[in-house]
Write a protein that binds this ligand. Structure first.
Ligand SMILES: Nc1ncnc2c1ncn2[C@@H]1O[C@H](COP(=O)(O)OP(=O)(O)OP(=O)(O)O)[C@@H](O)[C@H]1O
Ligand SMILES: [Mg+2]
Length: 370
């Protein structure tokens, strides 16, 4: 983001998120299901909020709207004082890339690249140069206790370690606002505690943490709890851990920014590198895909060749008949009723007579007389 002309106002005195009369509906066949009803919320910078509620109460839906991954059906959502409905798709992407860090229950790591490269992915889109990117990814992983696992692929890491990689990825571009949907949901209690500790530490550094959980014990450890039931906010209270944070986070991406063109080349190169890695990791799939492409191209080439060959054959047959042959039929043409009288017959002498004409281009033997 151009820090001289930010799309949103990041001043500390503006509420971070303000939601008024928010409604979310989904179409299910001919019916419309209302999943969130008239939600009003204000979340300030530096807060640690847990959103709780039973399965299906609308936690993830609300989280997706807060993270600008989805849009509300009605109502207003302001982030840093600016209504998201006024932002176009590029501005929303920029907002997500520069301010949000997402953590998911199932980590959502790219399986074909190692931990360091997974962490570095958001910075590719932010235009950070390769060297800085790599160094920052390694630093983040080391801070989260994974300094010796930077070259491991996700399937070579435990669940807790994978979640730490995904936390590092969320922090890669700064991650002022961490949105975590059931971050401990797939973890054992020890790994879950570790992840919670990391979230506390991030809160202490000034990050805003919004976490979805259906575990009331975990929620009680956050400093504010918002409870949803059937799409309504039924409780919103501060816990004894509440300590408002007013730390302004350091801007991370002001340096080492690439220009638009070199950023585009970098993304293209990264995409190419990732596709090569994916091909190498799935050799059988690549082989079968290649085989399909080869068979497809070979079929098209054979059909075109066959058509061309037949056309040549037919043309050569026609020209072997002689293109300078004139057929003269005696009497009236076939189908003419006068033909039955059988008069006006031609004889070979007539053929000779035509061939003997000084202006005639036909010789007697190429004149077929029927
Ligand atoms: N894309 C969609 N289309 C239709 N209905 C949807 C869609 N996404 C969610 N819903 C419905 O909205 C309701 C809330 O879903 P949501 O995923 O927000 O629940 P949740 O509170 O996160 O539940 P869980 O704890 O199980 O993750 C559910 O009844 C769900 O079926
Ligand atoms: Mg959910």
């Amino acid at each position: 983001m151009d820090t001289k002309n930010p799309i949103v106002n990041t001043a500390a005195d503006v509420p971070l998120m303000q939601v008024k009369g928010l409604i979310k509906e989904f179409n299910a066949g001919e019916q419309t299901i209302r999943v969130l009803h008239d939600i009003d919320l204000t979340i300030n910078q530096g807060e640690m909020v847990a959103i709780i509620g039973q399965s299906g109460s609308g936690k993830s839906t609300l989280m997706n709207i807060l993270g600008c991954l989805d849009k509300a059906s009605a109502g207003d959502y302001k982030i840093f004082g600016k209504s998201v409905s006024q932002l176009d798709a590029d501005e929303l992407a920029e907002l997500r890339r520069e301010h949000f860090g997402f953590i998911f229950q199932r980590y959502h790591l790219l399986g074909d690249i190692n931990a360091r490269d997974n962490v570095a992915v958001p910075a590719v889109y932010a235009g950070m140069d390769g060297h800085t990117r790599s160094e920052r990814a390694i630093k983040l992983l080391s801070d989260l206790g994974l300094g010796d696992k930077t070259t491991n692929r996700p399937n070579q890491l435990s669940g807790g370690q994978q979640q730490r990689v995904s936390i590092a990825r969320a922090l890669m571009n700064g991650g002022d606002i961490i949105l975590a949907d059931e971050p401990t949901g797939a973890l054992d209690s020890k790994s879950g505690e570790d992840v919670m500790q990391i979230l506390y530490d991030l809160k202490a550094k000034g990050h805003t943490i919004i976490m979805v959980t259906h575990d009331p014990k975990l929620a009680a450890q956050a400093e504010r709890v918002i409870e949803l039931k059937d799409g309504h906010v039924i409780a919103d209270y501060k816990t004894e851990h509440y300590h408002p944070t007013h730390i302004q986070l350091e801007p991370i991406l002001d340096n080492n920014r690439k220009g638009a063109f070199s950023g585009f080349i970098d993304r293209l190169f990264e995409a190419f590198k990732m596709s090569l890695l994916a091909m190498r990791a799935h050799k059988m799939r690549t082989l079968l895909t290649m085989l399909g492409i080869i068979i497809g191209i070979a079929s098209v080439v054979s059909v075109v060749g066959l058509g061309k060959g037949s056309q040549e054959q037919i043309l050569s047959n026609i020209s072997s008949l002689g293109t300078n042959t004139i057929t003269v039929i005696d009497g009236y043409p076939y189908g003419d009723p006068r033909r039955s009288f059988g008069d006006d017959n031609l004889t070979p002498d007539d053929a000779q007579a035509v061939a003997d004409q000084p202006t005639s281009l036909v010789s007697a033997h190429s004149l077929i007389v029927i």
